[in-house]
Design a protein around this ligand. Sequence first.
Ligand code: GCV
Length: 608
Amino acid sequence: MNLWLSQLKDPVPDGLKTPAELARFELSHALPDPAVTLAEDASLGDGYRIEALDDGSFHIAGGSTGLLYGAYRLILDRLCGETISDSVESAPKYALRMIDCWDNPDGTIERGYAGRSLFFADGKLSWDPERIRELGRLLASAGLNVLCINNVNVHFPAQLLLEDDLPSLALLAEAFRPFGIRLMLSIDFSQPMRSGIPTADPLDPVVREWWKKTASQVWAAIPDLAGFLVKADSEGRPGPFTYGRNHADGANMLAEAVRPYGGVIVWRCFVYNCRQDWRDTATDRPKAAWEHYAFLDGQFADNVILQVKHGPFDFQVREPLSPLLLGMKRTNLAMELQLTQEYTGHQIDLYTMIPMWKELYEELPADNIMSLAAVSNLGNDANYTGHPLAAVNLYTFGLLAWNPETDAETAVARWCRLTYGFSPAEEKKLTDLLLSSRGIYEKYTAPLGIGWMVNPHDHYGPNPSGYEYDLWGTYHKADRNAVGIDRTAGGTGYLSQYPETIRKKYEKPETCPDLYLLFYHRLPYTFRMKDGRTLVQRIYDDHFEGLEETRVLAEKLLSLPFPEPDAGVIRERMEKQLYNAREWCDIINTFFHRLSGVPDERGRKIYD
Ligand code: GCV
């Protein structure tokens, strides 16, 4: 199964070495006519220039990878019924367009909803070469170029990737090379201690030497390894704090070790107190990343990239843009998105992400970041993403990483056309349904930016107080009068981490955009929204509407002529989504009704 490339009938053969060779193969099989000539121009790198010549043929210039991206551009345009009439030039906005897999050596995937790992089984690297070539083709055709294959929570034996498993890893890197995809590895900050060194202190000369030697061995085996990804001092992972050092000390030490090979250190900023006492009101989790990193701006080596989750919490359905992405002007930044639907429906509920990403970009100057990363939604299910329609998130992420100005509707419509080849009316219908799916999901889950009302740990289905008295710093504090946390200057002060324009937009409940209202404010249920409804009435209305819109979504979606096996899978998942939406609607409404005692103005059924 080739998803959006299903019209490419000839599988990529074994034995191709470079992206330019692959470009020639793809063009000769998928686009034998008209003729296409290729000219390698290393100065263009990943970029390409395509010229339509008078005799109907095309000429592509680009670096080796640029030729491949140019070839896919021509092929996919042709499959979409489009043609380049004059000439186009294109180059990616971000040099690193990364997919981070949270795969474990035993073949499980943390927060994975599409089967088991494509890279590991039984404690070691293990892959099906044909599937790797198919995956490589999918990723390259979407413009993606870095793949971190192992979980940021590096559990043993993942450490062996830097040790005994290196030869095997080198073979996997070779398999991805013709697709222009470079591997990255998540590493364990305390790994030197496996070699008998009593510390992992980043300023200890023995530790520094160990990393240098290890890097030299790793890059000798895989000369184009992109770098290391590090989760340090986060949710129990080891890091520099143990030794009284800060994150610049930790990241820069590793950066020095990988510098001779052109490697980068991608250092995650997901650092917060995950052992918080719910009684402690002085700590507000969204403030944590800024407190740990903002003062270090300008102190990171130039081959360190700080990878920041798009919001200050953890991939909730609605979060504001992380203030770090706006405030660290002298640091290389990557924004981290999450394709795997941990909090957004487990690839059971339909949730198309590009509308959310476009909203983030409304506040994020594209130049503030240098890379875009996303947690993978891939697994070894036949269709790679479990829900066939979840593949739209992988494809459109690639388009956005190439060009953040990509229009959401155009991107989704292109995916629909490539994947299903429906009639124009059906394509429009599917595009609209996909684009509406995020808003629908948002309506029936946690209200107005509050987040976290999910079943703990598993993160699917409603549980309004599941995290309320837990250690994770994720509280809504709903009582009989009010709900939410005041994060303005008069409250926890989180909003003060932003530039003034943003502070002004959110600081007053009367003018704060509705969908962020309970993220920033604690408000009584009687609070009057801009449209005159009370807060609690808006919560009831959204949930009833979300459920009803899910019903309509299901009906319309299931009327489309999906081919098997997709049709069966979509039907089965849609039924589960309907059940989930009903659970959410009834439980959230009952929760607020019981607390507030306020009846629904429209007399709809809310359970006692
Ligand atoms: C890989 C959340 C998830 C964890 C994940 C973590 C992270 O807490 O629930 O599964 O761990 O984020 O991004 O590191």
